[in-house]
Design a protein around this ligand. Structure first.
Ligand code: GAR
Length: 189
């Protein structure tokens, strides 16, 4: 059975889906740890409710120490899943986990990625570009934002009068349907 750490700093709706999925698929993996860089992030409330251990990190600790790495080793983490975690992942973590760090991005990369492209910024940019579709990209994480190899994409049609909020909802539905099963698939390969 594999062990997952989720890094998330927002609402944590994806993190919650992943926790629930593996609670029902305990033979595949379990979520052992949630890491957040925001001490008041809603994802931490979810972690408390569901009884998942969590760790809050600050910039100095994350980039200048190996404390988090030691924690990930302590809990024998096999896979790091970024689900709304916006800090660039430092080199020491990439090197330690190699191909075992993945991210979900709320658009069809390589379009609409890069620094500053997160959450509603992405959906506003998609709207401004007049795109006829958007979607999700699950990809490996390397030292540049949103540039790692793509593992999976799913798309949704956009209507002319969809607002960025409408686009966000459509994309989020795709995330909630596909992310956890794709993680399970990856872990079973
Ligand atoms: C998700 O839509 C995810 O794709 C996005 O943050 C949201 C987190 O939502 N990530 C990025 O934009 C990364 N560039 P959640 O906290 O409800 O899971």
């Amino acid at each position: 059975m594999k062990k997952i750490a989720i890094f998330a700093s927002g609402r944590g709706s994806n993190a919650a889906k992943i926790v629930d999925f593996f609670n029902h698929n305990q033979n595949v993996a379990s979520v052992e740890l949630i890491v957040s860089n925001k001490k008041d992030a809603l994802v931490l409330e979810m972690a408390k409710e569901k009884g998942i251990r969590y760790q809050i990190v600050n910039r100095q600790g994350f980039y200048q120490t190996k404390d988090l790495l030691n924690l990930l080793y302590k809990y024998e983490i096999d896979l790091i899943v970024l689900a709304g975690f916006l800090w660039l992942v430092p080199k020491y973590l990439i090197e330690a986990f190699q191909a075992n760090i993945i991210n979900i991005h709320p658009a069809l990369l390589p379009k609409f990625g890069g620094k500053g492209m997160y959450g509603m910024n992405v959906h506003k940019a998609v709207k401004a570009a007049g795109e006829k579709e958007s979607g999700i990209t699950i990809h490996y994480v390397n030292e540049a934002y949103d540039e790692g190899n793509i593992i999976f994409q799913a798309s949704c049609r956009l209507e002319k009068d969809d607002t960025p909020e409408d686009i966000a909802l459509k994309v989020q539905q795709l995330e909630h349907v596909h992310f956890a099963p794709q993680i399970a698939k990856l872990l079973q390969e």
